[in-house]
Design a protein. Structure first.
Length: 132
């Protein structure tokens, strides 16, 4: 039998109760494949994006990969409403990038102008008490 145990870190499960693959290194858990939280988003008014299925409630931060398609568009990501944005991309940078957000209710806000479509993925999260 078991004589001791150790907390490795938080993990998420999918709709079929399977653990979603992550690799935990230090405080960060990195998904083996990016987890989509928004696909082809077209909102031109500030809109909440729920990441609670991909970000454990005890995570302190989460890492987002973002990109947008063609079309003259500026778009913005933030953690609170009322235009308090952490990522502002007024240029046509379709290659995307990453940004780390503090975990506030496992959600963020986005808005855009123009006709481009925005894709957002969770690629990892920081656990509060994992290693180094």
């Amino acid at each position: 039998g078991y004589t001791s145990w150790s907390y490795a870190g938080p993990v998420r499960i999918d709709g079929s109760t399977n653990i979603i693959g992550v690799r935990i290194v230090g405080q960060w858990a990195r998904y083996e494949s990016a987890q989509s939280i928004l696909s082809n988003g077209t909102a031109t008014a500030e809109t909440v994006v729920d990441a609670s299925s991909q970000v454990p409630p005890n995570a302190t931060e989460f890492d987002i990969y973002y990109r947008h398609g063609t079309g003259a568009s500026a778009w913005y990501l933030g953690i609170t409403s009322t235009l308090n944005y952490l990522v502002e991309n007024p240029l046509l940078d379709r290659d995307g990038g990453t940004a780390i957000f503090p975990n506030i209710s496992s959600r963020l806000y986005y808005t855009q102008t123009g006709a481009a479509r925005v894709d957002l993925y969770v690629i990892g999260y920081r656990a509060p008490n994992n290693g180094g």
